[in-house]
Design a protein around this ligand. Structure first.
Ligand code: 0GY
Length: 298
């Protein structure tokens, strides 16, 4: 049995029922499953040990919040062992897709097997407190390997690192999805130079998509309204309505300040996507086009 970190908070087992009702077919496009640790051990090199968060708890949450599908993202605490993720995808009966983490050692047969289970992307993590970042030539080798399967790349980085990563990102050959808006510093203006650089990446590279997720990780003003995050997310949703995704980030790994109420996170959506049209693009049309393209031949 793995001992959970003392300072890691357990997800809220009884989140509030959101007032906002998501449109039919809504996708929670950023969430995780963890363990159970005795079946799917956490990575020896992990930087934090989470509490177990099972696939069944995720399916229950999805129903409670009014969503129909999930995109499950491999988090750093499971390293490159994607078995818990694949196990959840197989159990989901086509209602979940996955984002895996791999190294250059992976062979084509293993990639094919993950594809059959529902994996559609790899995640490149540049957050140094979470991982030892892979060298760029390894990342490019992985990027080339996954193109055959039509997968895309999900990147996770912090805003202060964007200037030195910008050209590398801009040259990536697939669709690229940015986690949590590239973690902007929300104490500065959403129209200021730092977030302008991120907006420029989105504007000049139409293969870039953005998850307008995790106000709880970014906010200084705090829950439940996370007001200071609103102008950042709104700027992205309004300027790039066809390339945005949203997710709960359940079970909120490695959160130390507070444990968000998933119901409040869903109620945040109309503040960042104020019209029914924007909400449908954010929650239904965009994630389904990216992760279930076979249902959307056009
Ligand atoms: C997230 C955010 C975090 C953790 C991870 O891979 C991870 O461990 O992504 C974080 O600590 O900011 O997206 O779940």
């Amino acid at each position: 049995m793995f001992q959970m970190d003392d300072d890691w908070r357990v997800f809220d087992p009884r989140p509030s029922k959101p007032k906002f009702v998501p449109p039919a077919g809504a996708v929670d496009a950023h969430c995780h499953v963890f363990g159970p640790g005795d079946q799917f051990p956490y990575a020896p090199a992990r930087k934090y040990t989470p509490c177990d968060a099972s696939k069944q708890s995720l399916w229950d949450l999805r129903e409670h919040l009014g969503f129909e599908r999930n995109v499950i993202v491999q988090a750093s605490c499971h390293g490159t062992d994607n078995r818990a993720l694949v196990d959840a995808l197989v159990d989901s009966n086509n209602s979940a897709r996955g984002v895996a983490v791999v190294t250059t050692d992976i062979n084509d047969a293993e990639l094919d097997k993950m594809h059959a289970a529902g994996v559609r992307a790899v995640r490149f993590n540049f957050v140094k407190r979470l991982v030892d970042v892979l060298p760029r030539d390894s990342l490019l080798a992985i990027a080339r390997r996954i193109q055959r399967l039509g997968w895309h790349i999900v990147i996770y980085f912090e805003a202060q690192d964007l200037p030195q990563l910008y050209e590398f990102f801009a040259a990536l050959p697939t669709i690229v999805v940015v986690d949590h808006m590239g973690r902007p510093d929300v104490s500065v203006n959403a129209d200021g130079p730092a977030f302008d650089l991120f907006a420029r990446l989105m504007r000049e590279h139409e293969n870039f998509w953005c998850k307008v997720s995790c106000p709880d990780r970014l906010s200084i003003s705090g829950p439940p309204a996370y007001e200071d995050v609103v102008p950042f997310a709104r700027r992205i949703v309004e300027n790039f309505p066809d390339r945005v995704l949203w997710g709960t980030d359940w079970p909120h790994p490695n959160m130390k300040s507070h444990m968000p109420d998933d119901g409040s996170l869903v109620d945040f959506i109309p503040n960042i996507a104020p019209s029914a049209e924007l909400q449908k693009k954010l929650l239904v049309d965009n994630p389904r086009r990216l992760y279930w393209p076979e249902e959307n031949p056009n």
